[in-house]
Design a protein around this ligand. Structure first.
Ligand SMILES: [Zn+2]
Length: 157
C-alpha cells in the first residue's frame, strides 16, 4: 500500500517508532510518546484507526503539522497521563461531548454523572473532553449533558 508506505516515512521523520504488526489485519502499528496506534484493514479493504493513527493520517494527507514528541506524562503528570491513556485506548481521540479530535494539550477528564450528583471516579463514569466543552457541561446532570452533546455535534460544520 503506497499511501501507508509514505505515511511510515512521514511518521518516522516526525519521531514516531514503527512497530511490527501483531496480526494480519494490522497494516501499520506505531508508537509515539503518547501511545501505540494501529491502522487495521479488513477483508473488504475498510480501514479503522486506533489511538492517534487517524489524527496522524489526516495530518499526513492534509499536509498538517504533527509530531510524535509530545510528552503526555510531563504535561499532565503521571497519574493523569495514565488515566488519559486508558480512556484514549477505550474511546479514541474524540471529545466525548462535541465528537471532535482533541489536541494533545487539550484533554480533560469529564465526569458523565457529576460527583455532586452521586457520580464516581470509576472509569465507567469518565470520558475525555476538550477543556472548553468540559466547562460548558459544568455541573449539568446526565440528561442535560446528552442534550448539550447533541447540540455540539449538530453545530459542527
Ligand atoms: Zn469537545
Amino acid at each position: 500500500m503506497k499511501d501507508v508506505d509514505e505515511f511510515k516515512t512521514w511518521l518516522t521523520d516526525r519521531g514516531a517508532e514503527i512497530l511490527a504488526p501483531t496480526n494480519p489485519y494490522e497494516v501499520l502499528r506505531f508508537r509515539s510518546s503518547r501511545s501505540v496506534s494501529v491502522i487495521y484493514q479488513n477483508n473488504k479493504g475498510r480501514r479503522s484507526f486506533t489511538g492517534e493513527a487517524s489524527d496522524a493520517f489526516d495530518a499526513f494527507k492534509a499536509g498538517r503539522k504533527w509530531t510524535a514528541g509530545f510528552n503526555r506524562r510531563r504535561y499532565y503528570g503521571g497519574e493523569k497521563a495514565r488515566l488519559i491513556e486508558t480512556l484514549l485506548a477505550r474511546d479514541g481521540n474524540e471529545c466525548c461531548l462535541c465528537g471532535r479530535p482533541m489536541p494533545d494539550d487539550d484533554m480533560t477528564v469529564e465526569h458523565i454523572v457529576p460527583i455532586g450528583a452521586g457520580g464516581t471516579n470509576h472509569q465507567n463514569n469518565l470520558g475525555l473532553a476538550h477543556e472548553q466543552c468540559n466547562r460548558k457541561a459544568g455541573h449539568m446532570n446526565a440528561v442535560a449533558k446528552m442534550r448539550l452533546r447533541d447540540e455540539l455535534r449538530s453545530a459542527q460544520p
